[in-house]
Design a protein around this ligand. Sequence first.
Ligand SMILES: NC(=O)c1ccc[n+]([C@@H]2O[C@H](COP(=O)([O-])OP(=O)(O)OC[C@H]3O[C@@H](n4cnc5c(N)ncnc54)[C@H](OP(=O)(O)O)[C@@H]3O)[C@@H](O)[C@H]2O)c1
Length: 329
Amino acid sequence: MRLTTTLDWLMDKTVVPGYSRLGPAVRRAWWPDDPEPGVLAGRHTVVTGASSGLGTATVAGLARLGATVHMVGRRQATLDEAADRVRAQLSAEGTPAPDLVTEVCDVSDLDAVRRYAADLGGTTDAVHALVHSAGVLPPERTETRQGHELVYATHVLGPFLLTSMLRPLLRADGDARVVWVSSGGMYTRSLDASDPEAKDREWSGTDAYARTKRMQVALAQMWADRLRTDHVAVHSMHPGWADTPGITDALPAFARLTAPILRTAEQGADTVVWLAAARPASVTGGCSGAFWSDRHPRSTSFLPVRREPPGERARLWAAVTDAVGVKPH
Ligand SMILES: NC(=O)c1ccc[n+]([C@@H]2O[C@H](COP(=O)([O-])OP(=O)(O)OC[C@H]3O[C@@H](n4cnc5c(N)ncnc54)[C@H](OP(=O)(O)O)[C@@H]3O)[C@@H](O)[C@H]2O)c1
């Protein structure tokens, strides 16, 4: 036990072994059991960023366990293509036809998120899992319809508002989970809620990406505290390095360098599906708020110097609630 714990920790801290395809290949020897087959039958799940990469792989994983999956994305055509890919994949495996619902919502557009959540509330009684997988790494600074910086709006504001608005549906499930798909890139930044819209700092895509991925981890912990009494567990995770359009299009040089060791999208999404469906006490509530990879909670700081400045969480919560116009208790 001690040997596997040490090996697991070493793979994590030396980054390449833990983040590459070696991570799941080795860790599956000791990681916790798969969710039971059919465990999500009759449950509704919502996946943002469902039209590509880890989002589509998450849809397949949840559907394989019997869930109805609401696939949320920006364009109907790409959602339909992704749903067809999942249907073909599951059919080839001999899995019964999945129940997939494609729903257009740009999560960076706060008005669209409000409309989407209201519509879902009108057609669905309960949501078992909400997965925030939508992600962007744009080449230049742009703003959304409401004037928010795009990366902050996609990774933080939209998911925050969606979580808040779906709270009654999550509570109604009785054992719901919210999973924020963050990134190991968040280790490169401390939590910094000053100028979250990057108006007064020099903007770069990788900086905006890493800062907002760090915010996701902090917000998951803050939501975990608030949703505990609703029996909703909230987790953040990092998928390692997975071969998806997100990597090959946004970081082509990195993708070329790491091509032989990248995980498949399914391996990257494994922990997302597991957090949404598995039932060990650590997942259903005991470790709510934890930051996971390869089915194991990980430290949220790589080095002691990255420890969080005091008061920064409260500052982030205030900035986000002001921007989205909700004040969750
Ligand atoms: N792949 C990795 O190795 C890796 C590593 C660390 C973290 N991640 C995280 O994993 C998540 C998924 O990334 P990926 O690698 O699967 O990338 P991907 O293939 O580019 O998928 C991103 C998805 O997000 C969607 N999306 C972007 N903005 C959206 C918006 N405003 N509203 C709704 N959907 C939106 C995209 O839809 P469109 O089709 O409309 O563009 C696409 O379906 C991201 O949050 C990313 O930060 C990935």
